[in-house]
Design a binder for this molecule. Structure first.
Ligand code: HPA
Length: 275
């Protein structure tokens, strides 16, 4: 399918949101599986259902809430997506640009992307947090495929500093201060919804992936296109397929994500404070 979105298409979504707030959000937060509870800590929240926003997408994953929450967190004006969109839900890659482009039009300059991911790197353990240093996406189309919208960015664009170095350093500093031992590594994107096969995980390891997951990368590419800064953090929820002699289960992913959520939130709040 071909998508011929134009600038106006995204502007309509942004205008609807701007109409409901009297401030400019600086930071966008896209929270992954079970990390969404941070959105409950946003002060003076303005809550907007995805389904009410013109030209926006609607979420289909049960554990994802489907709301935009705008307000204040750690002294910063934020817009938070509780529930994100994934390719495995049935969207085409080209449709997945919507949130980031709309946030850009709200005036957001920084995007924080979080996810739950499986550890490919065998020195990682469930409960670890990994700063995303870079990503690998070898499957499917680019989210910015199709007619380029110059208002957002150029046709061809650089991806060498997609995960902003300054923020990676900041995350490391904050975590050291909190006594948390953060990893830093490469996030390997897989489309899902099936977890990977053990042979795929072995291949991903050879290719340079440290963690594997089904989100984040489409958002990071869209953000790079329109020149936004990105911080990506993965919560390691399980060892990837074949690392241990046991299957990968959603229950394990959710359980670890939930039990590590508190630590993760403390870290995020401190990082946001210093951004
Ligand atoms: N693979 C892909 N996505 C995931 C995983 C995994 O092992 N764990 C959490 N999200």
């Amino acid at each position: 399918m071909e998508y011929n979105y134009d600038f106006k298409y995204f502007k309509e979504s942004a205008d609807y949101i701007l109409d409901k707030i009297d401030f400019k959000p600086e930071i966008a937060l896209i929270l992954g599986s079970c990390l969404g509870t941070l959105s409950e800590e946003i002060e003076n929240p303005v809550v907007i259902d995805y389904k009410d926003i013109p030209n926006f997408l609607t979420t289909t994953v049960e554990s994802h809430a489907g709301k935009l929450i705008l307000g204040e967190l750690s002294g910063k004006k934020v817009v938070c997506m509780s529930g994100r969109f994934h390719y495995y839900e049935g969207y085409d890659f080209e449709q997945l640009v919507a949130p980031i482009r709309v946030f850009h039009l709200l005036g957001v300059e920084t995007v924080i992307l979080t996810n739950a991911a499986g550890a490919v790197n065998t020195s990682y353990e469930p409960g670890d947090i990994m700063i995303i240093e870079d990503h690998i996406k070898l499957t499917g189309a680019s989210p910015v495929r199709g007619k380029n919208i110059e208002e957002f960015g150029p046709r061809f664009f650089d991806m060498t500093n997609t995960y902003t170095e300054e923020y990676r350093k900041l995350a490391k500093q904050v975590s050291d201060r909190l006594g948390m031992n953060l990893k830093e590594g490469v996030y390997f994107y897989c489309t899902g919804p099936q977890f990977e096969s053990p042979a795929e995980i072995r291949a991903i390891r050879v290719l340079g992936g440290d963690a594997v997951g089904m989100s984040t990368v489409t958002e990071a590419i869209t953000a790079a296109h329109c020149g936004m800064k990105v911080l990506g953090l993965s919560l390691i929820s399980n060892m990837a397929a074949g690392v241990l002699n046991q299957p990968v289960t959603t229950e394990e992913v959710d359980e670890v994500a939930q039990s590590s959520a508190l630590n993760f939130k403390v870290l995020l709040r401190e990082i946001i404070k210093e951004m």
